[in-house]
Design a protein around this ligand. Structure first.
Ligand SMILES: Cc1cc2nc3c(=O)[nH]c(=O)nc-3n(C[C@H](O)[C@H](O)[C@H](O)COP(=O)(O)OP(=O)(O)OC[C@H]3O[C@@H](n4cnc5c(N)ncnc54)[C@H](O)[C@@H]3O)c2cc1C
Ligand SMILES: NC(=O)C1=CN([C@@H]2O[C@H](COP(=O)(O)OP(=O)(O)OC[C@H]3O[C@@H](n4cnc5c(N)ncnc54)[C@H](OP(=O)(O)O)[C@@H]3O)[C@@H](O)[C@H]2O)C=CC1
Ligand SMILES: O=C(O)C(=O)Cc1c[nH]c2ccccc12
Length: 446
Protein backbone atom coordinates (compact mmCIF):
# COMPACT_ATOMS: atom_id res chain seq x y z
CA UNK A 1 0.00 0.00 0.00
CA UNK A 2 1.54 3.33 -0.97
CA UNK A 3 2.42 5.63 1.88
CA UNK A 4 4.03 8.29 -0.25
CA UNK A 5 3.32 10.03 -3.49
CA UNK A 6 6.28 8.37 -5.22
CA UNK A 7 5.31 4.87 -4.19
CA UNK A 8 1.70 5.43 -5.14
CA UNK A 9 2.56 6.63 -8.59
CA UNK A 10 5.27 4.18 -9.45
CA UNK A 11 3.69 1.09 -8.01
CA UNK A 12 0.43 0.73 -9.83
CA UNK A 13 0.26 -2.95 -8.96
CA UNK A 14 -2.48 -4.07 -6.64
CA UNK A 15 -1.43 -5.31 -3.20
CA UNK A 16 -2.74 -8.60 -1.80
CA UNK A 17 -4.34 -7.93 1.58
CA UNK A 18 -5.31 -11.44 2.56
CA UNK A 19 -5.00 -14.83 1.00
CA UNK A 20 -8.52 -15.97 1.65
CA UNK A 21 -9.74 -19.50 2.33
CA UNK A 22 -7.47 -22.41 1.64
CA UNK A 23 -5.20 -20.50 -0.71
CA UNK A 24 -2.41 -19.64 1.66
CA UNK A 25 0.40 -20.93 -0.46
CA UNK A 26 0.69 -17.90 -2.73
CA UNK A 27 0.37 -17.94 -6.51
CA UNK A 28 -2.91 -17.49 -8.26
CA UNK A 29 -4.60 -20.67 -7.20
CA UNK A 30 -8.30 -20.93 -6.36
CA UNK A 31 -9.77 -19.72 -3.12
CA UNK A 32 -10.67 -23.20 -2.04
CA UNK A 33 -14.25 -22.20 -1.34
CA UNK A 34 -13.42 -19.71 1.46
CA UNK A 35 -13.51 -15.89 1.36
CA UNK A 36 -12.23 -14.49 -1.93
CA UNK A 37 -8.68 -13.27 -2.01
CA UNK A 38 -8.63 -9.55 -1.29
CA UNK A 39 -6.48 -7.18 -3.32
CA UNK A 40 -6.06 -3.48 -2.53
CA UNK A 41 -5.81 -1.30 -5.63
CA UNK A 42 -4.08 2.05 -5.18
CA UNK A 43 -5.83 3.79 -8.10
CA UNK A 44 -9.32 3.41 -9.54
CA UNK A 45 -10.82 0.11 -10.67
CA UNK A 46 -12.25 0.44 -14.19
CA UNK A 47 -14.74 -2.21 -15.30
CA UNK A 48 -14.57 -2.83 -19.07
CA UNK A 49 -11.77 -2.55 -21.65
CA UNK A 50 -13.84 -1.10 -24.47
CA UNK A 51 -13.28 2.43 -25.80
CA UNK A 52 -14.66 4.01 -22.61
CA UNK A 53 -12.50 2.00 -20.21
CA UNK A 54 -9.39 2.48 -22.34
CA UNK A 55 -9.97 6.22 -22.75
CA UNK A 56 -10.45 6.67 -19.00
CA UNK A 57 -7.35 4.61 -18.17
CA UNK A 58 -5.30 6.62 -20.72
CA UNK A 59 -6.46 10.00 -19.39
CA UNK A 60 -5.70 8.86 -15.84
CA UNK A 61 -2.26 7.67 -16.87
CA UNK A 62 -1.57 11.02 -18.52
CA UNK A 63 -2.34 12.63 -15.15
CA UNK A 64 -0.04 10.22 -13.31
CA UNK A 65 -2.78 8.03 -11.83
CA UNK A 66 -2.47 4.24 -12.17
CA UNK A 67 -5.62 2.18 -12.63
CA UNK A 68 -6.71 -1.41 -12.83
CA UNK A 69 -8.88 -2.32 -15.83
CA UNK A 70 -10.99 -5.47 -15.36
CA UNK A 71 -12.24 -7.10 -18.56
CA UNK A 72 -14.38 -10.22 -18.76
CA UNK A 73 -13.15 -11.18 -22.22
CA UNK A 74 -9.60 -11.96 -23.34
CA UNK A 75 -8.89 -8.82 -25.37
CA UNK A 76 -9.49 -5.08 -25.51
CA UNK A 77 -12.42 -3.81 -27.62
CA UNK A 78 -14.12 -7.18 -27.33
CA UNK A 79 -17.52 -5.88 -28.47
CA UNK A 80 -15.92 -4.54 -31.65
CA UNK A 81 -14.09 -7.80 -32.27
CA UNK A 82 -16.86 -10.21 -31.42
CA UNK A 83 -20.18 -8.43 -31.74
CA UNK A 84 -19.91 -6.26 -34.87
CA UNK A 85 -20.42 -7.59 -38.38
CA UNK A 86 -17.48 -7.77 -40.79
CA UNK A 87 -18.33 -4.96 -43.19
CA UNK A 88 -19.26 -2.44 -40.50
CA UNK A 89 -17.84 1.06 -40.80
CA UNK A 90 -18.17 3.78 -38.19
CA UNK A 91 -21.17 5.85 -39.25
CA UNK A 92 -19.77 9.06 -37.80
CA UNK A 93 -16.60 10.59 -39.28
CA UNK A 94 -13.36 9.59 -37.59
CA UNK A 95 -12.84 13.01 -35.94
CA UNK A 96 -15.96 12.34 -33.80
CA UNK A 97 -14.83 8.82 -32.91
CA UNK A 98 -11.24 9.26 -31.82
CA UNK A 99 -10.40 8.93 -28.16
CA UNK A 100 -8.63 11.64 -26.14
CA UNK A 101 -4.90 12.24 -26.63
CA UNK A 102 -4.48 10.09 -29.78
CA UNK A 103 -5.80 10.81 -33.27
CA UNK A 104 -6.35 8.09 -35.87
CA UNK A 105 -3.15 7.35 -37.84
CA UNK A 106 -2.58 9.24 -41.10
CA UNK A 107 -4.29 7.59 -44.05
CA UNK A 108 -7.33 6.44 -42.07
CA UNK A 109 -10.42 6.97 -44.25
CA UNK A 110 -13.14 9.41 -43.13
CA UNK A 111 -15.34 6.49 -41.99
CA UNK A 112 -12.96 3.86 -40.55
CA UNK A 113 -13.80 0.19 -40.96
CA UNK A 114 -14.39 -2.05 -37.98
CA UNK A 115 -10.91 -3.56 -38.41
CA UNK A 116 -9.28 -0.12 -38.55
CA UNK A 117 -11.12 0.91 -35.40
CA UNK A 118 -10.00 -2.26 -33.61
CA UNK A 119 -6.39 -1.65 -34.72
CA UNK A 120 -6.67 1.94 -33.45
CA UNK A 121 -7.90 0.70 -30.06
CA UNK A 122 -5.13 -1.93 -29.85
CA UNK A 123 -2.53 0.76 -30.60
CA UNK A 124 -4.19 3.09 -28.12
CA UNK A 125 -3.95 0.54 -25.29
CA UNK A 126 -0.32 -0.19 -26.22
CA UNK A 127 0.66 3.49 -26.47
CA UNK A 128 -0.62 4.19 -22.96
CA UNK A 129 0.67 0.93 -21.52
CA UNK A 130 -2.82 -0.20 -20.54
CA UNK A 131 -2.73 -3.88 -19.63
CA UNK A 132 -6.19 -4.95 -18.53
CA UNK A 133 -6.72 -7.95 -16.34
CA UNK A 134 -8.44 -10.26 -18.83
CA UNK A 135 -10.88 -13.04 -18.04
CA UNK A 136 -12.03 -10.99 -15.05
CA UNK A 137 -15.81 -10.79 -15.00
CA UNK A 138 -17.10 -8.45 -12.32
CA UNK A 139 -20.00 -10.17 -10.66
CA UNK A 140 -20.63 -7.64 -7.90
CA UNK A 141 -19.47 -4.22 -6.76
CA UNK A 142 -20.62 -2.47 -3.61
CA UNK A 143 -19.52 0.52 -1.57
CA UNK A 144 -18.44 -0.39 1.95
CA UNK A 145 -19.24 2.73 3.95
CA UNK A 146 -17.44 1.36 7.03
CA UNK A 147 -14.07 1.66 5.27
CA UNK A 148 -14.98 4.19 2.54
CA UNK A 149 -13.92 1.83 -0.26
CA UNK A 150 -15.53 -0.09 -3.12
CA UNK A 151 -15.41 -3.87 -2.96
CA UNK A 152 -15.36 -5.34 -6.47
CA UNK A 153 -15.78 -9.09 -6.73
CA UNK A 154 -14.49 -10.81 -9.81
CA UNK A 155 -14.83 -14.34 -11.15
CA UNK A 156 -11.50 -14.93 -12.77
CA UNK A 157 -11.17 -17.59 -15.43
CA UNK A 158 -7.77 -19.10 -14.86
CA UNK A 159 -8.21 -21.85 -17.43
CA UNK A 160 -9.00 -24.52 -14.84
CA UNK A 161 -12.18 -23.04 -13.48
CA UNK A 162 -13.18 -19.67 -12.08
CA UNK A 163 -11.70 -18.26 -8.90
CA UNK A 164 -13.11 -15.37 -6.92
CA UNK A 165 -11.11 -12.25 -6.03
CA UNK A 166 -12.09 -9.05 -4.33
CA UNK A 167 -10.51 -5.78 -5.43
CA UNK A 168 -10.75 -2.91 -2.98
CA UNK A 169 -10.48 0.65 -4.24
CA UNK A 170 -11.51 4.20 -3.44
CA UNK A 171 -12.81 4.72 -6.96
CA UNK A 172 -14.97 2.64 -9.25
CA UNK A 173 -15.40 3.53 -12.93
CA UNK A 174 -18.23 1.70 -14.68
CA UNK A 175 -17.30 1.31 -18.37
CA UNK A 176 -19.29 -1.78 -19.33
CA UNK A 177 -21.15 0.04 -22.12
CA UNK A 178 -24.64 1.01 -23.14
CA UNK A 179 -24.70 -2.04 -25.40
CA UNK A 180 -23.47 -4.74 -23.01
CA UNK A 181 -26.17 -7.34 -23.71
CA UNK A 182 -28.40 -8.02 -26.71
CA UNK A 183 -32.04 -7.03 -26.15
CA UNK A 184 -34.51 -9.68 -27.32
CA UNK A 185 -38.18 -8.84 -27.81
CA UNK A 186 -40.45 -9.79 -24.98
CA UNK A 187 -43.83 -11.38 -25.20
CA UNK A 188 -43.50 -12.93 -28.65
CA UNK A 189 -44.96 -16.39 -28.45
CA UNK A 190 -43.64 -19.54 -29.99
CA UNK A 191 -39.98 -18.60 -30.33
CA UNK A 192 -39.09 -22.07 -29.09
CA UNK A 193 -41.22 -23.60 -31.84
CA UNK A 194 -39.37 -21.89 -34.68
CA UNK A 195 -37.09 -24.36 -36.45
CA UNK A 196 -35.13 -21.91 -38.61
CA UNK A 197 -32.05 -19.92 -37.62
CA UNK A 198 -32.77 -17.23 -35.00
CA UNK A 199 -30.02 -14.84 -34.01
CA UNK A 200 -29.35 -11.32 -32.75
CA UNK A 201 -27.44 -8.81 -34.89
CA UNK A 202 -24.60 -9.04 -32.36
CA UNK A 203 -23.92 -12.56 -33.70
CA UNK A 204 -24.32 -11.63 -37.37
CA UNK A 205 -20.97 -11.72 -39.15
CA UNK A 206 -21.63 -11.56 -42.89
CA UNK A 207 -24.29 -12.12 -45.50
CA UNK A 208 -22.60 -14.93 -47.49
CA UNK A 209 -24.13 -17.66 -45.37
CA UNK A 210 -27.62 -16.34 -46.15
CA UNK A 211 -27.21 -16.31 -49.94
CA UNK A 212 -30.53 -17.21 -51.56
CA UNK A 213 -32.27 -17.42 -48.17
CA UNK A 214 -35.47 -15.71 -47.08
CA UNK A 215 -34.50 -13.66 -44.01
CA UNK A 216 -36.64 -11.58 -41.67
CA UNK A 217 -34.89 -8.71 -39.89
CA UNK A 218 -36.81 -7.55 -36.83
CA UNK A 219 -36.13 -3.88 -36.02
CA UNK A 220 -35.04 -0.96 -38.14
CA UNK A 221 -32.46 1.03 -36.23
CA UNK A 222 -29.00 1.37 -37.73
CA UNK A 223 -28.30 -2.35 -37.15
CA UNK A 224 -31.51 -3.49 -38.84
CA UNK A 225 -30.95 -1.22 -41.82
CA UNK A 226 -27.28 -2.12 -42.28
CA UNK A 227 -27.75 -5.86 -41.81
CA UNK A 228 -30.66 -5.81 -44.28
CA UNK A 229 -28.43 -3.99 -46.77
CA UNK A 230 -25.61 -6.48 -46.23
CA UNK A 231 -28.04 -9.35 -46.78
CA UNK A 232 -29.27 -7.79 -50.03
CA UNK A 233 -25.71 -7.25 -51.19
CA UNK A 234 -25.16 -10.96 -50.59
CA UNK A 235 -28.21 -12.01 -52.57
CA UNK A 236 -30.41 -12.94 -49.66
CA UNK A 237 -34.07 -11.88 -49.69
CA UNK A 238 -34.46 -9.53 -46.73
CA UNK A 239 -37.70 -8.41 -45.13
CA UNK A 240 -37.61 -5.84 -42.34
CA UNK A 241 -40.16 -5.41 -39.58
CA UNK A 242 -40.92 -1.71 -39.05
CA UNK A 243 -43.19 -1.34 -36.07
CA UNK A 244 -43.01 2.42 -35.56
CA UNK A 245 -42.18 5.74 -37.15
CA UNK A 246 -38.52 6.57 -37.59
CA UNK A 247 -36.11 9.12 -38.96
CA UNK A 248 -33.79 8.14 -41.77
CA UNK A 249 -31.15 10.73 -42.64
CA UNK A 250 -28.52 10.58 -45.37
CA UNK A 251 -25.07 9.93 -43.89
CA UNK A 252 -23.88 13.03 -45.78
CA UNK A 253 -25.47 16.27 -46.92
CA UNK A 254 -23.73 18.23 -49.70
CA UNK A 255 -20.58 16.21 -49.10
CA UNK A 256 -20.50 17.04 -45.36
CA UNK A 257 -21.32 14.40 -42.75
CA UNK A 258 -24.85 14.95 -41.44
CA UNK A 259 -23.55 14.48 -37.91
CA UNK A 260 -20.74 17.01 -38.38
CA UNK A 261 -23.13 19.48 -39.96
CA UNK A 262 -25.52 19.08 -37.01
CA UNK A 263 -22.74 19.64 -34.46
CA UNK A 264 -21.73 22.81 -36.32
CA UNK A 265 -25.25 24.16 -36.75
CA UNK A 266 -26.12 23.49 -33.10
CA UNK A 267 -23.51 26.09 -32.14
CA UNK A 268 -25.62 28.77 -33.80
CA UNK A 269 -29.17 27.52 -34.05
CA UNK A 270 -31.83 26.01 -31.81
CA UNK A 271 -32.16 22.22 -32.03
CA UNK A 272 -35.62 22.59 -33.66
CA UNK A 273 -34.17 24.78 -36.40
CA UNK A 274 -31.34 22.30 -37.01
CA UNK A 275 -33.88 19.47 -37.21
CA UNK A 276 -35.91 21.43 -39.78
CA UNK A 277 -32.81 21.93 -41.92
CA UNK A 278 -31.85 18.24 -41.62
CA UNK A 279 -35.35 17.19 -42.63
CA UNK A 280 -35.39 19.62 -45.55
CA UNK A 281 -32.14 18.24 -46.94
CA UNK A 282 -33.12 14.65 -46.19
CA UNK A 283 -36.27 15.07 -48.24
CA UNK A 284 -34.26 16.50 -51.12
CA UNK A 285 -31.75 13.67 -51.02
CA UNK A 286 -33.83 10.67 -49.96
CA UNK A 287 -37.32 11.72 -51.04
CA UNK A 288 -40.45 11.20 -48.95
CA UNK A 289 -39.59 8.18 -46.81
CA UNK A 290 -43.26 7.70 -45.92
CA UNK A 291 -43.87 6.70 -49.55
CA UNK A 292 -41.58 3.75 -48.90
CA UNK A 293 -43.34 2.70 -45.72
CA UNK A 294 -41.10 4.59 -43.32
CA UNK A 295 -43.19 7.48 -41.94
CA UNK A 296 -41.36 10.07 -39.83
CA UNK A 297 -42.19 10.95 -36.22
CA UNK A 298 -43.54 14.47 -35.63
CA UNK A 299 -40.58 15.38 -33.40
CA UNK A 300 -37.28 15.97 -35.20
CA UNK A 301 -34.34 13.48 -35.22
CA UNK A 302 -31.97 15.41 -32.95
CA UNK A 303 -34.71 16.24 -30.48
CA UNK A 304 -35.61 12.55 -30.26
CA UNK A 305 -31.93 11.59 -29.88
CA UNK A 306 -31.51 14.16 -27.15
CA UNK A 307 -34.65 13.24 -25.19
CA UNK A 308 -34.77 9.44 -25.61
CA UNK A 309 -31.32 8.43 -26.87
CA UNK A 310 -32.86 6.82 -29.96
CA UNK A 311 -30.39 7.29 -32.81
CA UNK A 312 -31.75 8.24 -36.24
CA UNK A 313 -30.80 5.89 -39.03
CA UNK A 314 -27.86 7.25 -41.00
CA UNK A 315 -28.52 5.73 -44.38
CA UNK A 316 -25.64 4.08 -46.19
CA UNK A 317 -27.70 2.60 -49.02
CA UNK A 318 -30.55 0.58 -47.54
CA UNK A 319 -33.14 3.16 -48.55
CA UNK A 320 -32.29 2.76 -52.22
CA UNK A 321 -32.77 -0.98 -51.84
CA UNK A 322 -36.14 -0.39 -50.23
CA UNK A 323 -37.14 1.97 -53.06
CA UNK A 324 -36.07 -0.68 -55.58
CA UNK A 325 -38.06 -3.26 -53.66
CA UNK A 326 -34.96 -5.30 -52.92
CA UNK A 327 -35.68 -5.09 -49.22
CA UNK A 328 -39.27 -6.06 -48.80
CA UNK A 329 -41.03 -4.18 -46.04
CA UNK A 330 -43.38 -5.63 -43.53
CA UNK A 331 -44.98 -2.39 -42.45
CA UNK A 332 -46.72 -3.02 -39.21
CA UNK A 333 -47.48 -0.04 -37.06
CA UNK A 334 -48.86 -1.74 -33.99
CA UNK A 335 -46.76 -3.31 -31.24
CA UNK A 336 -45.85 -6.15 -31.16
CA UNK A 337 -45.26 -6.38 -34.86
CA UNK A 338 -44.83 -10.14 -34.80
CA UNK A 339 -47.77 -11.91 -33.27
CA UNK A 340 -46.05 -15.23 -32.85
CA UNK A 341 -43.53 -17.59 -34.31
CA UNK A 342 -44.64 -20.62 -36.24
CA UNK A 343 -42.58 -23.72 -36.96
CA UNK A 344 -41.19 -22.28 -40.19
CA UNK A 345 -41.66 -18.54 -39.88
CA UNK A 346 -43.88 -15.98 -38.25
CA UNK A 347 -47.44 -14.82 -38.02
CA UNK A 348 -47.73 -11.03 -38.20
CA UNK A 349 -50.23 -9.02 -36.22
CA UNK A 350 -52.36 -8.50 -39.32
CA UNK A 351 -52.80 -12.28 -39.31
CA UNK A 352 -50.77 -13.18 -42.37
CA UNK A 353 -48.10 -15.84 -42.10
CA UNK A 354 -44.82 -16.16 -43.92
CA UNK A 355 -41.99 -18.67 -43.87
CA UNK A 356 -38.43 -17.55 -43.23
CA UNK A 357 -35.19 -19.51 -43.30
CA UNK A 358 -33.76 -17.14 -40.68
CA UNK A 359 -34.90 -14.40 -38.31
CA UNK A 360 -32.36 -11.79 -37.25
CA UNK A 361 -33.25 -9.67 -34.25
CA UNK A 362 -31.99 -6.12 -34.72
CA UNK A 363 -33.81 -5.17 -31.55
CA UNK A 364 -30.99 -3.28 -29.87
CA UNK A 365 -29.02 -3.68 -26.68
CA UNK A 366 -29.16 -3.06 -22.96
CA UNK A 367 -26.80 -2.19 -20.14
CA UNK A 368 -25.76 -5.01 -17.77
CA UNK A 369 -25.01 -2.75 -14.80
CA UNK A 370 -28.05 -3.82 -12.70
CA UNK A 371 -26.79 -7.41 -12.77
CA UNK A 372 -23.61 -6.59 -10.85
CA UNK A 373 -23.56 -3.07 -9.34
CA UNK A 374 -25.12 -2.93 -5.89
CA UNK A 375 -26.03 0.75 -6.09
CA UNK A 376 -29.29 2.34 -7.12
CA UNK A 377 -29.02 6.03 -6.32
CA UNK A 378 -26.82 7.03 -9.25
CA UNK A 379 -27.54 4.13 -11.63
CA UNK A 380 -31.15 3.27 -12.37
CA UNK A 381 -31.94 -0.37 -11.71
CA UNK A 382 -34.60 -0.24 -14.43
CA UNK A 383 -32.35 0.46 -17.42
CA UNK A 384 -28.80 0.33 -16.03
CA UNK A 385 -28.06 3.93 -17.05
CA UNK A 386 -27.17 6.86 -14.80
CA UNK A 387 -30.38 8.56 -13.70
CA UNK A 388 -29.08 12.00 -14.64
CA UNK A 389 -28.63 12.59 -18.37
CA UNK A 390 -25.59 14.08 -20.09
CA UNK A 391 -23.71 16.25 -19.09
CA UNK A 392 -24.30 15.05 -15.50
CA UNK A 393 -24.09 11.32 -16.11
CA UNK A 394 -20.39 10.84 -15.35
CA UNK A 395 -20.07 11.25 -11.58
CA UNK A 396 -21.96 9.66 -8.70
CA UNK A 397 -21.20 9.62 -4.98
CA UNK A 398 -18.41 7.97 -2.99
CA UNK A 399 -15.98 7.72 -5.89
CA UNK A 400 -18.42 6.13 -8.35
CA UNK A 401 -18.14 7.15 -12.04
CA UNK A 402 -19.79 6.19 -15.33
CA UNK A 403 -17.84 6.33 -18.61
CA UNK A 404 -19.72 5.87 -21.88
CA UNK A 405 -23.33 6.22 -20.74
CA UNK A 406 -24.13 9.56 -22.38
CA UNK A 407 -26.13 8.18 -25.37
CA UNK A 408 -23.76 10.29 -27.44
CA UNK A 409 -21.52 7.65 -28.90
CA UNK A 410 -17.74 7.91 -28.79
CA UNK A 411 -17.83 11.70 -28.43
CA UNK A 412 -19.61 11.15 -25.13
CA UNK A 413 -16.95 8.60 -24.16
CA UNK A 414 -14.20 11.19 -24.65
CA UNK A 415 -16.08 13.78 -22.63
CA UNK A 416 -16.55 11.33 -19.74
CA UNK A 417 -12.97 10.05 -19.78
CA UNK A 418 -11.49 13.55 -19.54
CA UNK A 419 -13.90 14.62 -16.79
CA UNK A 420 -13.45 11.45 -14.72
CA UNK A 421 -9.66 11.46 -15.01
CA UNK A 422 -9.50 15.13 -14.04
CA UNK A 423 -11.70 14.58 -11.01
CA UNK A 424 -9.84 11.50 -9.75
CA UNK A 425 -6.42 13.04 -10.48
CA UNK A 426 -7.31 16.02 -8.28
CA UNK A 427 -8.19 13.70 -5.39
CA UNK A 428 -5.11 11.57 -6.03
CA UNK A 429 -2.82 14.59 -5.88
CA UNK A 430 -4.50 15.76 -2.71
CA UNK A 431 -4.16 12.33 -1.12
CA UNK A 432 -0.52 11.81 -1.98
CA UNK A 433 0.80 15.37 -1.84
CA UNK A 434 1.56 15.55 1.90
CA UNK A 435 2.94 12.79 4.11
CA UNK A 436 0.18 13.34 6.70
CA UNK A 437 -2.64 12.97 4.20
CA UNK A 438 -0.92 9.93 2.72
CA UNK A 439 -0.85 8.29 6.14
CA UNK A 440 -4.45 9.20 6.74
CA UNK A 441 -5.43 7.51 3.50
CA UNK A 442 -3.29 4.50 4.31
CA UNK A 443 -4.94 4.08 7.72
CA UNK A 444 -8.31 4.41 6.11
CA UNK A 445 -7.60 1.68 3.58
CA UNK A 446 -6.10 -0.80 5.96
C1 LIG B 1 -22.97 -1.75 -34.13
C2 LIG B 1 -22.52 -0.51 -33.39
C3 LIG B 1 -21.85 0.49 -34.07
C4 LIG B 1 -21.50 1.69 -33.44
N1 LIG B 1 -20.88 2.68 -34.16
C5 LIG B 1 -20.59 3.85 -33.56
C6 LIG B 1 -19.99 4.92 -34.30
O1 LIG B 1 -19.75 4.84 -35.50
N2 LIG B 1 -19.70 6.07 -33.67
C7 LIG B 1 -19.98 6.23 -32.35
O2 LIG B 1 -19.68 7.30 -31.81
N3 LIG B 1 -20.54 5.24 -31.62
C8 LIG B 1 -20.86 4.06 -32.20
N4 LIG B 1 -21.46 3.05 -31.47
C9 LIG B 1 -21.80 3.28 -30.06
C10 LIG B 1 -20.62 3.14 -29.06
O3 LIG B 1 -19.74 4.19 -29.26
C11 LIG B 1 -19.85 1.85 -29.11
O4 LIG B 1 -20.74 0.81 -28.78
C12 LIG B 1 -18.63 1.76 -28.18
O5 LIG B 1 -18.05 0.49 -28.31
C13 LIG B 1 -18.95 2.00 -26.72
O6 LIG B 1 -17.78 1.79 -25.95
P1 LIG B 1 -17.81 1.32 -24.42
O7 LIG B 1 -16.40 1.10 -23.99
O8 LIG B 1 -18.64 2.26 -23.65
O9 LIG B 1 -18.60 -0.07 -24.44
P2 LIG B 1 -18.13 -1.47 -25.06
O10 LIG B 1 -17.37 -1.29 -26.32
O11 LIG B 1 -19.35 -2.33 -25.11
O12 LIG B 1 -17.10 -2.05 -23.96
C14 LIG B 1 -17.53 -2.53 -22.71
C15 LIG B 1 -16.55 -3.59 -22.23
O13 LIG B 1 -16.93 -4.01 -20.91
C16 LIG B 1 -16.78 -5.42 -20.81
N5 LIG B 1 -17.67 -5.88 -19.74
C17 LIG B 1 -19.04 -5.87 -19.73
N6 LIG B 1 -19.49 -6.36 -18.57
C18 LIG B 1 -18.41 -6.68 -17.82
C19 LIG B 1 -18.25 -7.23 -16.50
N7 LIG B 1 -19.30 -7.53 -15.72
N8 LIG B 1 -16.98 -7.43 -16.04
C20 LIG B 1 -15.90 -7.12 -16.81
N9 LIG B 1 -16.01 -6.61 -18.06
C21 LIG B 1 -17.24 -6.38 -18.55
C22 LIG B 1 -17.15 -5.92 -22.19
O14 LIG B 1 -16.63 -7.22 -22.44
C23 LIG B 1 -16.55 -4.84 -23.09
O15 LIG B 1 -15.23 -5.16 -23.47
C24 LIG B 1 -21.80 1.86 -32.07
C25 LIG B 1 -22.46 0.82 -31.37
C26 LIG B 1 -22.82 -0.35 -32.02
C27 LIG B 1 -23.53 -1.45 -31.24
N1 LIG C 1 -22.33 1.75 -38.66
C1 LIG C 1 -22.55 2.08 -37.41
O1 LIG C 1 -21.83 2.88 -36.86
C2 LIG C 1 -23.69 1.46 -36.67
C3 LIG C 1 -24.06 2.00 -35.46
N2 LIG C 1 -25.03 1.42 -34.70
C4 LIG C 1 -25.34 2.01 -33.39
O2 LIG C 1 -25.49 0.95 -32.44
C5 LIG C 1 -26.49 1.28 -31.47
C6 LIG C 1 -27.55 0.18 -31.44
O3 LIG C 1 -28.28 0.19 -32.67
P1 LIG C 1 -29.38 -0.92 -32.99
O4 LIG C 1 -28.77 -2.26 -32.75
O5 LIG C 1 -29.94 -0.61 -34.31
O6 LIG C 1 -30.48 -0.73 -31.84
P2 LIG C 1 -31.58 0.41 -31.66
O7 LIG C 1 -32.00 0.33 -30.25
O8 LIG C 1 -31.13 1.69 -32.21
O9 LIG C 1 -32.79 -0.10 -32.58
C7 LIG C 1 -33.58 -1.20 -32.22
C8 LIG C 1 -34.70 -1.34 -33.21
O10 LIG C 1 -35.44 -2.50 -32.91
C9 LIG C 1 -36.82 -2.19 -32.84
N3 LIG C 1 -37.47 -3.13 -31.94
C10 LIG C 1 -37.20 -3.37 -30.63
N4 LIG C 1 -38.00 -4.33 -30.17
C11 LIG C 1 -38.82 -4.71 -31.20
C12 LIG C 1 -39.87 -5.65 -31.33
N5 LIG C 1 -40.27 -6.41 -30.32
N6 LIG C 1 -40.50 -5.76 -32.54
C13 LIG C 1 -40.12 -4.99 -33.57
N7 LIG C 1 -39.11 -4.09 -33.50
C14 LIG C 1 -38.48 -3.95 -32.34
C15 LIG C 1 -36.85 -0.76 -32.37
O11 LIG C 1 -38.09 -0.19 -32.66
P3 LIG C 1 -38.68 1.05 -31.82
O12 LIG C 1 -37.91 2.23 -32.29
O13 LIG C 1 -40.09 1.06 -32.19
O14 LIG C 1 -38.44 0.75 -30.38
C16 LIG C 1 -35.70 -0.18 -33.20
O15 LIG C 1 -36.11 0.05 -34.50
C17 LIG C 1 -27.05 2.61 -31.91
O16 LIG C 1 -26.40 3.59 -31.19
C18 LIG C 1 -26.67 2.70 -33.39
O17 LIG C 1 -26.57 4.01 -33.87
C19 LIG C 1 -25.69 0.31 -35.14
C20 LIG C 1 -25.37 -0.25 -36.35
C21 LIG C 1 -24.36 0.28 -37.22
O1 LIG D 1 -23.91 5.66 -32.96
C1 LIG D 1 -24.69 6.17 -32.20
O2 LIG D 1 -25.76 5.72 -31.92
C2 LIG D 1 -24.37 7.40 -31.53
O3 LIG D 1 -24.79 7.50 -30.42
C3 LIG D 1 -23.70 8.49 -32.25
C4 LIG D 1 -24.60 9.66 -32.26
C5 LIG D 1 -24.72 10.56 -31.26
N1 LIG D 1 -25.64 11.52 -31.65
C6 LIG D 1 -26.10 11.21 -32.88
C7 LIG D 1 -27.03 11.87 -33.68
C8 LIG D 1 -27.29 11.32 -34.91
C9 LIG D 1 -26.67 10.15 -35.30
C10 LIG D 1 -25.74 9.50 -34.50
C11 LIG D 1 -25.47 10.04 -33.28
Amino acid sequence: MPTSRGEGQEDSHPTILNRGGADSGGGDAGDGGGAPRQVWVPGPVIVGAGPSGLATAACLKARGVPSLVLEKDSCVASSWRHRMYERLRLHLPRCFCELPLAPFPPGTPPYPTRDQFIAYLDDYARAFGIEPRFGARVRSAAYDASIGFWRVTVDEDTGDGATAKEFVSRWLVVATGENAEPAWPEGVEGMGEYRGVAMHTSSYKKGDEFRGKNVLVVGCGNSGMEVSLDLCNNHAKASMVVRDKLHVLPREILGISTFGLSVYLLKWLHIKQVDSLLLFFSRLILGDTEKYGLPRPKIGPLQIKSSTGKTPVLDIGALRKIKNGEIKREILQVVPAINRFTENGVEFIDGHREDFDAVIFATGYKSNVPSWLKEEEFFSHADGFPRKPFPHSWRGKNGLYAAGFTRKGLMGTSYDALRIAGDIADQWTETFSSPTSAHRSSDHGA
